[in-house]
Design a protein around this ligand. Sequence first.
Ligand code: GLY
Length: 365
Amino acid sequence: MTDIKNITVHYEEAPIYDICIESDFTLLYKELEKIGTKNKKICIVCDSNTKELYLNEVIDIVKDYAMEVESFTFPAGEESKNLDVVKQLYTQLIESRFDRSDLLIALGGGVVGDLTGYTAATYLRGISFMQIPTTLLAMVDSSIGGKTGVDFDSYKNMVGAFHQPKSVYINTSCLKSLDKRIFVSGIGEVVKYGLINDLEFYQWLKEHKDNILSYKPEALKQMIYRCCKDKQYVVENDPTEKGMRALLNLGHTIGHAVEKLKDFSLYHGECVSIGIVAAAYLSMCRGTITKDELKEIKEVLTSFTLPISVTDLEVEKVLAATKNDKKMQAGKIKFILLSKVGQCVIDDTVSDEEMKQAIQYIIKK
Ligand code: GLY
């Protein structure tokens, strides 16, 4: 068992922010003290779910460490992750006279974090923001590394900016208050870390499945800590995705296409799970993993109740949707393949024929 400490994320060798992994909000004040918020206005951004669940508790803490506190709420769901909602938030910040020294706090899952971060990146050419992720996906992935953005029409994360948070405060007990399917969806991203470059963690996940699915606090903390450490390593080495950060997109090329064609009725992590199976199948076709290893990857995902296939989709349409993905470079898709279980590579030689076979594999008849 690893001793869990705050993780300090560096950018060009300088410490930029801490990731704190706690089981409640008691130490949130310490992060506010570190940021130095006493003379700042703070706007807490949440969605309709996190407003009900945590806003009052967080305001109670934040109000003693800020000059003024207000909140902004939008309807929960991917449909809200757009420039119209950003505009509403800009309007509130302008009317409340937020200046460049003030702070936004994102209290919610990936949609809240990405939208708040993007608003912070662009309002007055950039103000500070803090992440309080409340879903597993946001805790282990989207709150770390400074990727912010919104969807544009049906293009996911098409408009965005890199903007680092001042702090990431994780309260693992939030996971229990959220819908179980949303929790499990995040495990798609968790398994991804094991497959990319942490075989030991992949084995650990298999052994601790029951404790994770029953929300055992120590298992959750260990799991989240390990993912945050893995993500820290990647984003410190490649903050703006010039190279290895693209490995984090394992399962995302086909996953994003499925997510879009299913009109966001499947959660992101569920689509990543399906996309991982497609990538693993392609890897097996190329001989880098065995048939048994592919079978085992599917079993691990299924054991966490994650989907490994999808119905009612056409191969050609999924292929076409992958071409609109941001991960294209000079007309080629940067596909992430397994060079073995626990190690991935970026590959731009995957042909349409191979893609079609992999897509066919994940479509259930
Ligand atoms: N979610 C992938 C990344 O942060 O690069």
